[in-house]
Design a protein around this ligand. Structure first.
Ligand SMILES: NC(=O)c1ccc[n+]([C@@H]2O[C@H](COP(=O)([O-])OP(=O)(O)OC[C@H]3O[C@@H](n4cnc5c(N)ncnc54)[C@H](O)[C@@H]3O)[C@@H](O)[C@H]2O)c1
Length: 237
């Protein structure tokens, strides 16, 4: 049990990567709160996990919602050790994308880091993307927000390292989730992704969750401020 006695909050935990992280963490002994905009999927994941999980509706673009989710986690389980800022959107307008994919991550870092620092430390894990490291010649709001997440990760790692809070981000490549459904529905675009990925396939949410588990656990005790690429080699070109 690599997360025994740890408490986690996972935003966007009702689907895709967030759901896989919730299942992985619960399987390793963590208690967790799923903070999700979509009530039915968020509640369903909490129900599936059982006693160790709670659901709270949360729109991460609203700072007060993020603060309330952190408070609810501490109320339910007494502490907060791991904050996963995972909620994200794709193919939306500039304001919506920046509000969820960048401001939401900022609110999560800001409020979780203070709480964790006051109680001896913790681990914050932000979901960036390979599109937080390189451009793609389109998807401007998504690329800008995900680059911003890498910057926030580094800044918070510097600001809170001395108080025991580690802050890292994961930069997934092309992962099989509802977010990439439109890509996988087009035979030609799907083929392009597979061809450009040295491992020759899309990744699974579970493969990203394994990296989140490493960052959440004490095994990564000297890792902070780092972007961890999980992309089957896509950015190796
Ligand atoms: N799937 C990929 O290929 C991929 C690649 C790189 C990065 N990512 C990132 O990983 C994260 C998870 O993506 P996914 O592929 O699992 O997507 P997904 O669409 O399957 O899940 C995203 C979840 O976030 C929730 N959500 C959306 N807006 C929210 C808000 N304002 N407040 C709270 N919850 C909200 C959705 O309801 C959904 O359950 C995102 O940040 C995404 O940008 C995904």
């Amino acid at each position: 049990m690599r997360l025994k006695d740890k408490v986690a909050l996972i935003t966007g935990g009702g689907s895709g990567i967030g759901r896989a992280i919730a299942r992985e963490f619960a399987g390793e002994g963590a208690k967790l709160l799923i903070a999700e905009l979509d009530e039915s999927s968020g509640q369903a994941v909490a129900d599936e996990i059982g006693e160790a999980a709670r659901f709270q509706r949360c729109d991460t673009s609203q700072e007060s919602d993020v603060e309330a989710a952190i408070a609810a986690t501490i109320d339910a389980f007494g502490q907060l050790d791991i904050m996963v800022n995972n909620a994200g959107v794709a193919r939306q307008d500039w304001d919506t994308t920046l509000a969820v994919n960048l401001s939401g991550v900022y609110y999560g870092c800001k409020h979780a880091a203070e709480r964790m620092a006051a109680h001896g430390g913790g681990s914050i894990i932000n979901l960036s993307s390979i599109l937080g490291l390189v451009g793609i010649g389109g998807e401007d709001p998504y690329v800008a927000a995900k680059h911003g997440v890498v910057g926030l990760t580094r800044n918070f790692a510097i600001a809170f390292g001395g108080r025991g809070v580690r802050v890292n981000c994961i930069n997934p490549g092309w992962i099989e989730t509802p977010m990439t459904d439109p890509i996988r529905e087009s035979e030609s675009i799907q083929q392009q992704v597979v061809t450009q990925t040295p491992l020759g396939r899309f990744g699974t949410p579970e493969e990203v969750a394994k990296v989140a588990l490493f960052l959440a656990s004490d095994e990564s005790s000297f890792v902070t401020g780092a972007p961890l690429i999980v992309d089957g080699g896509w950015t190796a070109h």
